[in-house]
Write a protein that binds this ligand. Structure first.
Ligand SMILES: C[S@@+](CC[C@H](N)C(=O)[O-])C[C@H]1O[C@@H](n2cnc3c(N)ncnc32)[C@H](O)[C@@H]1O
Ligand code: SF4
Ligand code: SF4
Length: 389
């Protein structure tokens, strides 16, 4: 961030004389007090900018393309939607032991009503949404997903992402690419078939997942998500190396919400692999400094500013759909902000105002490093704006 520099005008003639008289005269005690106050205020602004904004890494350098310092600087009650996520179904062909269900939305299987899904996308598109993610459950089991993707593409959404377990026939993914998908996040929790079966809770899929990751990486932007539990944490370096060799753009390591330990052994990941993947490097650098992927400190911002221009929607088969501030909130049992409708933006803003994230166990223990950093940056920018005014 650069602050505007006030240019000193070049003074001539009478103006120069007046100016010299002014600077040479004795300052009154009140003026001296004011000088000290001004100095202290300037120092506070400098400290907040210098320590919290200028010295921390720009958000755009950490690899999550939806996050940037520009977004942190501009997010407000009137800024357009930057990112959204729709959980189209709770159904899945895997049974990963760590996976949470859809208990939070009163769902049997969590298939969002197609009409409500389209209506939700309509609200977001009207609010100039830039990035969307479809997830679940396994979103590729939702038959009309390609139609939703097409609506996004026609609505001008730039980045259309799918989170998938990667196990479906390649033609399913090709159809989604043809409809407009340009980002896949595929889960990969093991580097061999027998362990892959254990982590997926079903047999015989791991080879297909690896093959699909490789093929998709040749066609579009692909990241791999590795969820670590006590079962696979010792294989972390091998799984990362395996994913790297499949040609992926980036690798997201994360402890399962139930496990939530510092992934110390990631410091053994070879440097050339870290250099090839910014998100992975960001996480490993943080962990090396003792900062967990999940969790907030008392000194972190206690407001969830990201919910001003970000939202997660999930629906049930009774025709209801709910919106949440983030996917962790949805999966870990934070109550929805409200029901999908024209008033969502207003309700999100009111929620941001009143919700103290540090007082909430789920946020305090599970919020992700990059989101904590984003919220901290927003707060720093807001503080520095207030000080300057
Ligand atoms: C619920 S899945 C849905 C998309 C798809 N089925 C998949 O597995 O990628 C979305 C992401 O959440 C992760 N996930 C599921 N349960 C989790 C948990 N308890 N802790 C951390 N991540 C979890 C998955 O590994 C996956 O990367
Ligand atoms: S594949 Fe995804 S949705 Fe399915 S059980 Fe695993 S984490 Fe959950
Ligand atoms: S977990 Fe983080 S992003 Fe989610 S609601 Fe809490 S503070 Fe916001």
């Amino acid at each position: 961030m650069s602050l505007p520099i006030k240019q000193t005008p070049i003074l001539k003639g009478k103006d120069a004389e007046k100016f010299l008289k002014e600077v040479n005269r004795d300052r009154t005690p009140e003026e001296k007090d004011q000088d000290i106050k001004n100095f202290k205020r300037a120092k506070k602004v400098y400290d907040s900018i210098g320590l919290n904004v200028l010295k921390s890494k720009p958000l755009e350098s950490i690899g999550f393309y939806t996050l940037s310092d520009e977004r942190a600087k501009n997010v407000s009650g009137t800024s357009p939607m930057k990112r959204a996520e729709m959980l189209v179904t709770g159904r899945c062909n895997f049974k990963c032991p760590y996976c949470r269900g859809f208990d939070n939305i009163n769902a049997d299987v969590g298939d969002i009503d197609f009409g409500i899904a389209r209506e939700t996308l309509g609200y977001w598109i009207d609010d100039k949404l830039e990035n969307i993610r479809f997830s679940g459950g396994e979103p590729t089991l939702y038959d009309r997903l390609p139609d939703l993707v097409k609506q996004c593409k026609e609505g001008g959404i730039k980045r259309i992402a799918i989170s998938s377990n990667g196990s479906r026939d390649f033609s399913v993914y090709q159809e989604l690419i043809d409809a407009g998908v340009n980002d896949f996040s595929i889960s990969l929790d093991a580097c061999c078939a027998s362990f892959g079966d254990k982590m997926a809770g079903v047999g015989g899929k791991w080879g297909k997942v690896a093959e699909n990751i490789k093929k998709l990486s040749e066609r579009t932007y692909v990241t791999v998500g590795i969820v670590l539990t006590e079962d696979n944490v010792d294989d972390l370096v091998d799984i990362v190396t395996f994913a790297h060799n499949l040609g992926v753009a980036d690798i997201r390591i994360i402890s399962a919400a139930q496990f939530n330990k510092l992934l110390n052994n990631c410091i053994n990941i070879p440097q050339e692999i870290l250099n090839a993947h910014p998100i992975l490097k960001y996480r490993v650098d943080h962990i090396a400094e003792g900062i967990n992927v999940r969790g907030m400190k008392d000194s972190d911002c206690k407001k969830c500013y990201i919910a001003q221009d970000d939202s997660v929607v999930a629906g049930n088969e009774k025709g209801e759909a709910f919106f949440f501030p983030c996917v962790i909130a949805m999966r870990e049992g934070i109550a929805p902000i409200g029901k999908v409708g024209a008033n969502m933006k207003k309700e999100r803003l009111a929620w941001v105002e009143k919700f103290n994230t540090y007082e909430n166990n789920t946020c305090r223990e599970n919020c992700l490093d990059c989101i904590v950093q984003f919220n901290n940056k927003v707060e720093s920018y807001q503080d520095s704006k207030k000080e300057i005014l």
